[in-house]
Structures are given as structure tokens and as C-alpha cells.
Write a protein of this length. Structure first.
Length: 288
């Protein structure tokens, strides 16, 4: 969360300045910019999502920006000068030169840094914090402060055979969170916080959205697939798969369903019915 002055906050609502800084210190001022980011994948609330943010913009002149790391900032005039706050750190994945401009598309580290296969330096039984630190180290990322549940929730099972992105999603789900790269380029676990804002039907329709009903978030269901190899006669083996399902929550309403190879009943619901802010899904502070 960025704490800014009331003057800057008001100014950002009226006239914004955009600035791109490249890794070699060059500064570019885009004249169009589209920013896309999400806390959850898809259109429904979820846990265990790892969502990449994207920017697409145009800058003046023919620029060579393919694969260049950039920082995008948004600012406004306050206190007699233009003050900036970061929007995020990205790497350009597509750079198209035109006659007198360059159009670029760039994604944050959730897209480019977590793509590789995870080779663990920790063992089964390590905490979520320990595994996340290992992943961040291997991917060249810095961890933001983690929720307290990450330090006491253990990850039991085979840690191999997953991409770093998938592992981050599994770990986030174990503590009831999603994962994003924050404005400072740090890997952060987040969950929704109460904003106090009431969204009405007018907001839905004016924003091009529709509302087909409402439901209460009532629980979570985690499913784990267990593979078993059995030796048979003649030196052949047979592999079978079974699923184990862990539920928490009571009453009617929407239940979030997620596959997680490290799920256990004690993690999903350690001592009581699951609640969004209960022990079964440790609350995470969302960045705003």
C-alpha cells in the first residue's frame, strides 16, 4: 500500500503524467497506456491464483526496447512539482517500431520470472515461508512480508515436478491467498480487505458489467490427486490415481474449489469451520 498526500491523491484523479524508466536510466513519456492486472484468475473469486500484470503503450520515436526491463510510474502535479509513484516493474515482450513511434507490450515477473521448473533446495515438511524464499531466490525475486500463517503452515509431499509459478499458487492457496508482483517488483501474497465501498447496480451497468445474482462465500474445497505405482507379475507396473477431498465451511453459498497437491484437512480447516478471515484461510493484506 502506498501512502500519499491528499493533494497528490486528488491530483491523480484529474490529470495524470506517465513515465517509463528503462534499466539504463532512459526516460520515456508514453502518450497512450493500458494497464491490466487482477488479484484472481478468471471471473470468479479464487485462491491460489498467480496473476501477471501487463502494460501496453505507445512512446514517441523508434525505440529498441525488446526484452528491456522497465519501470512504469504514474504521477501528478502536487506541491508545485510532478510527483510519481510506481505502477510496477515489467519486461518488454513485444516491441513494434512504426514510422515515428514504438508500441510495446510488457509483463511483470509473474509472467517471465516464474516460468521455469522448480528444483527445490528444501525438503518436504518445510514451511510455506521457507519454500517461497527458496523459489524467490532461484527466480531472482524479493519477497514482500508474508502473512503469519506462512511461517507455521508446512508443505508436505513431493516438491518436484512443478513450475515455479504453479508452486507459488499452491503455496498461496495453503494460506488462503493469491500471489501477485507488487508495485515494487516484490512477490506478495494477498487477499481481499474490506474497503467500506458499496457497489450498486448502477456501478455494474455503467461499467459495462451485469449482475445475475448474488451469493455468500461459504467455504472451500481442496482436492489432491494421489498417484500409486504397483508392481505386478512379469516386471510390469501399474499406476493408479485416487483423489482426496478436503472440505471446510458450513451453510449454503458459493464454495471455492481448487486442486492442490499439498492439501491436508488440518490446513483447510485446522480447528473450526472455514471463514474468509478464519484459521482455515489466513487473512492477507491486499495492496491498494
Amino acid at each position: 500500500m502506498y501512502h500519499i498526500s491528499t493533494e497528490l491523491s486528488t491530483a491523480l484523479d484529474t490529470r495524470q503524467h506517465l513515465l517509463i524508466t528503462t534499466d539504463n536510466g532512459a526516460e520515456l513519456e508514453p502518450y497512450t497506456l493500458t494497464y491490466t492486472a487482477s488479484c484472481c484468475s478468471g471471473e470468479a473469486i479464487s485462491i491460489g491464483s498467480v496473476c501477471a500484470a501487463m502494460v501496453r503503450c505507445k512512446v514517441f520515436g523508434r525505440q529498441e526496447l525488446q526484452d528491456v526491463p522497465i519501470t512504469v510510474k504514474v504521477g501528478a502535479e502536487a506541491g508545485g512539482q510532478v510527483q510519481y509513484i510506481p505502477l510496477g516493474q515489467f519486461v518488454v515482450t513485444e516491441s513494434q517500431n512504426e514510422e515515428d513511434s514504438t508500441t510495446i507490450t510488457a509483463y511483470d515477473a509473474a509472467y517471465y520470472a516464474l516460468i521455469g521448473t522448480y528444483t527445490p533446495a528444501v525438503s518436504s515438511g518445510a514451511t510455506v515461508t521457507a519454500v517461497l524464499k527458496d523459489i524467490a531466490s532461484k527466480c531472482g525475486l524479493t519477497l514482500a512480508p508474508l502473512p503469519s500463517a506462512a511461517g507455521v503452515t508446512t508443505v508436505t509431499g513431493d516438491l518436484t515436478g512443478h513450475t515455479c509459478r504453479d508452486m507459488v499458487g499452491y503455496l498461496a492457496a495453503l494460506v488462503g491467498c493469491n500471489a501477485v508482483i507488487d508495485r515494487d517488483g516484490k512477490l506478495r501474497l494477498i487477499w481481499f480487505t474490506q474497503s467500506g465501498r458499496i457497489v450498486t447496480a448502477d456501478d455494474y451497468y455503467s461499467g459495462g458489467l451485469s449482475l445475475t445474482g448474488s451469493s455468500v462465500l461459504a467455504g472451500v474445497r481442496m482436492t489432491k490427486t494421489v498417484k500409486k505405482t504397483t508392481a505386478s507379475g512379469g516386471g510390469t507396473t501399474t499406476e493408479t490415481e485416487t483423489t482426496q477431498t478436503y472440505d471446510a465451511g458450513t451453510g449454503s453459498g458459493t464454495v471455492m474449489a481448487v486442486d492442490n497437491p499439498f492439501a491436508t484437512q488440518s490446513i483447510v480447516s485446522p480447528s473450526k469451520a472455514w471463514e474468509p478471515t478464519g484459521q482455515g484461510a489466513a487473512p492477507c493484506l491486499a495492496e491498494s
